[in-house]
Structure formats: structure tokens, C-alpha cells
Design a protein around this ligand. Structure first.
Ligand SMILES: *[C@@H]1O[C@H](CO)[C@@H](O)[C@H](O)[C@H]1NC(C)=O
Ligand SMILES: *[C@@H]1O[C@H](CO)[C@@H](O)[C@H](O)[C@H]1NC(C)=O
Length: 190
């Protein structure tokens, strides 16, 4: 009874740490030794578009790929356009997709989770847009963010600055990893 209780507390703690992106420091700890960490890395399915099965994953209506080489926001967006026809930095429209993107970066670059999404503030208007032109219909800001609305200081959207999966507005000049996406048009799901 006592043992079982301890175990589930450890499990909960581990799950919380994992969620905050700090589990990597725990991996060699005694507490974590009995838990199969691989089970937490639930990557989305591979992209089902010919030629994009490797390193591309199915997320929402898109196929996406993580790039670890840090670039500023405009260079990252341009790199996505060059990588694939119809490519852009990824846009996010629901919690499932947001979690999928987090799983991907946790797997691909666990030590540096900060990355660009395709969101940017439209000319200091306080309104955000996606580089792929889709509707801004979802957001998971870090509490207190975005803080630099209406100024030009920070106007591009990153994920995982503080709090795994949460968004922050940061200077577009900063260089980070990023996720590219293209729409799986006309492809029947599943
Ligand atoms: C850990 O979990 C993964 C995914 O569920 C599984 O493929 C793998 O075989 C497991 N490893 C061990 C050592 O149990
Ligand atoms: C990004 O870097 C390029 C050079 O690689 C530069 O021309 C461009 O102005 C930069 N843009 C931003 C928003 O930092």
C-alpha cells in the first residue's frame, strides 16, 4: 500500500517534470530509472504524402518538420518556402496540434525547446496573423504574454520560452529552431 502510493507520486512528479521540459536532467536519477521514458514521446504519425514520409509528421491538416538550425523569423519562413511548395512556418489551430508540435521538438531537440511558430503581430496593431494566411483562431500564451503589443520590440511568436507548449512574443531578429508545414490538400485522412 505504502509502496504503491510512493510509486504513483513519483509517476505524477515525473509526468509534471516531463511536461515542463526538464525531464532530461532526471533521466539518470534513481526515481526515473523504473519508468520507460520512451513511452512519453508520443510522436504524431508520419506524413502520408509521397516524398515527405521521412522526418515529416502529420499534424492537424498539415505535414510538418522540425529544423534545429537557429534562424531569425524571416529567414525561417523563407527556408520553409524553399523547402516545400506551399511551405510556411507552422500555424496552430487547436490544442491537439499544439501538443503534437511540442512532442516533436521534445524528441528532436530536447535541450533547446524554444522555436518559431508562424505567428506575427501585424504592424503593431495588437492583432496576430499566421504566415500561411490561415485564421488566427487559437492561442496558448504564457500567462502575462504577449507583453510588447503595439510596439515593434517583439512581434513574432515562439513556443516553449517558459512553460512547455506555451507561446510568447519575441523579437523577430532572434534566431531559433522552427517548424515548417504544408497543407495536405485533397488527401483523405487515416
Ligand atoms: C518503452 O516504450 C516504448 C513505446 O511504448 C516501447 O516501444 C519500448 O519497447 C519500451 N522499452 C522498454 C525497455 O520497455
Ligand atoms: C534575418 O537575417 C537576415 C540575414 O540572414 C537579414 O537580412 C534580415 O533582415 C533578418 N530579419 C530579421 C527580422 O531579423
Amino acid at each position: 500500500m505504502y509502496k504503491r502510493g510512493t510509486k504513483s507520486v513519483c509517476f505524477l512528479l515525473l509526468a509534471l517534470l516531463w511536461d515542463s521540459g526538464y525531464v532530461i536532467t532526471m533521466e539518470r536519477g534513481d526515481t526515473a530509472a523504473h519508468v520507460n521514458l520512451t513511452a512519453f514521446h508520443r510522436l504524431p504519425n508520419r506524413c502520408n504524402v509521397d516524398g515527405f514520409n521521412k522526418d515529416w509528421f502529420k499534424v492537424d491538416k498539415y505535414c510538418v518538420k522540425y529544423f534545429s538550425k537557429p534562424l531569425n523569423f524571416t529567414d525561417a519562413e523563407n527556408s520553409c518556402k524553399k523547402t516545400v511548395p506551399g511551405g510556411h512556418l507552422v500555424s496552430v489551430h487547436n490544442a491537439g496540434a499544439n501538443n503534437d508540435l511540442l512532442s516533436i521538438v521534445k524528441k528532436m531537440n530536447p535541450k533547446n525547446l524554444r522555436m518559431w511558430l508562424g505567428g506575427y503581430e501585424f504592424f503593431q496593431s495588437g492583432k496576430f496573423l499566421w504566415t500561411d494566411g490561415s485564421f488566427w483562431d487559437y492561442a496558448v500564451w504564457t500567462p502575462g504574454e504577449p507583453i510588447n503589443l503595439y510596439s515593434s520590440l517583439e512581434e513574432c511568436v515562439e513556443m516553449n520560452w517558459k512553460g512547455a507548449g506555451k507561446w510568447n512574443d519575441d523579437s523577430c531578429f532572434n534566431k531559433k529552431g522552427y517548424i515548417c508545414a504544408f497543407k495536405r490538400k485533397g488527401i483523405i485522412d487515416e
